[in-house]
Ligand binder design. Structure first.
Ligand SMILES: [Ca+2]
Length: 333
């Protein structure tokens, strides 16, 4: 590399000549670097360069002005609404101190164009069906009681828990409180802006700003009662909402319930006085209780059964897969 800029007069590079010409009008600072040896640049330029560098650094680290002014609480409006709806400051603080980290990136991912759909056929493989069969044997007495109490065929309960989490094989690693609280604040433009900035140009074009804002508003309206349910569950059932983890849509436990579903249809299958959706017996009872509440009837028609499963997860391929698994499990195929 030719780095020798300081040999003879007339061969100096353009910037050195430029700065030399400015000498009479500017204070000159002498700068030495291994590369440039020693040359002079005007102090004014030097200050501009340093200021620009500091500003760039501040922008990159996102710390501009934060040292001087405290950060605004991103949950201020949400907390106010919760308080207006009757939750005490102590209840709210028990979940929001420290504030759960906003999940901008995860939310932006849920709005991204899906390149591939979930392959539901994976649940119909022999190894997958074997998981369900093993659990039907291990928890046979729980399935017996669930069938008697809720009138729901065990193979349907087992099919749902298999598709949701492979009987607890993977229940999700997203912090439930943080993701639901993040959705809940998506009615506010400055939070929406952060998501918009994370979308790819292709996704922005596909959504269009209006539809994007409408979707976030819907998510916010949907998530608010779920945050309320988390508060109630922490208050009345000692649920440790802060440490709860699950899906990017806020569902958790073996049957992937939302907080409001746990509150309404959660059922204690092992009789320990609490509903814990990571306990197999509670998961089985809760899924059965949900299906019963949404109109399940063992002797109903196929389309009636499909309509009930659809309430569990609004996806037609999901519904068909659950019923196909249930058919295989009950026919011992
Ligand atoms: Ca229990």
């Amino acid at each position: 590399m030719n780095s020798d800029f300081n040999q003879e007069p007339g061969t100096r590079n353009f910037s050195q000549q430029f700065f030399s010409r400015l000498k009479p009008h500017f204070l000159i600072m002498k700068v030495s670097t291994p590369m440039f040896k020693s040359f002079e640049i005007p102090a004014k330029s030097c200050i501009t360069i340093i200021t620009s560098f500091v500003l760039m650094l501040a922008l990159l680290t996102g710390s501009t002005g934060h040292a001087a002014t405290p950060r605004r609480d991103p949950y201020a409006e949400l907390k106010k609404r919760l308080q207006d709806d009757g939750f005490s400051a102590a209840q709210i603080n028990s979940l929001f101190e420290p504030p759960p980290p906003l999940q901008y990136r995860l939310i932006s991912k849920t709005l991204a164009i899906k390149e591939s759909r979930l392959d539901y056929d994976q649940f119909l493989t022999p190894s997958s069906l074997a998981i369900a069969r093993r659990n039907l044997v291990s928890f046979a007495s729980t399935f017996d009681r669930a069938e008697r109490l809720y009138g729901v065929d065990r193979s349907v309960i087992a099919a749902i828990i298999l598709v949701e989490t492979r009987f607890g094989g993977y229940t999700g690693g997203t912090p439930t409180l943080a993701i639901l609280a993040s959705y809940a604040v998506m009615n506010q433009p400055h939070h929406q802006e952060r998501i918009w900035a994370l979308l790819s140009p292709r996704d922005r074009k596909r959504w269009g700003r209006e539809a994007f804002e409408k979707r976030l508003l819907q998510r916010s309206q949907w998530a608010y009662p779920e945050v309320c349910a988390l508060l109630r569950l922490s208050e009345t059932r000692g649920l440790r909402a802060m440490s709860l983890q699950g899906s990017v849509m806020g569902a958790f436990g073996w049957p992937q319930f939302l907080p409001s579903s746990l509150l309404r249809w959660g059922a204690d299958g092992n009789g320990d006085g609490a509903v814990d959706l990571d306990q197999p017996e509670d998961a089985i009872f809760s899924a059965a209780s949900y299906l019963q509440a949404h109109g399940w009837n063992d002797s109903g028609s196929r389309s009636e059964k499909e309509a009930v499963i659809f309430r569990y997860n609004k996806s037609t391929p999901y519904v068909r897969t659950v019923l196909a698994i249930a058919d295989r499990l009950s026919s011992r195929e």
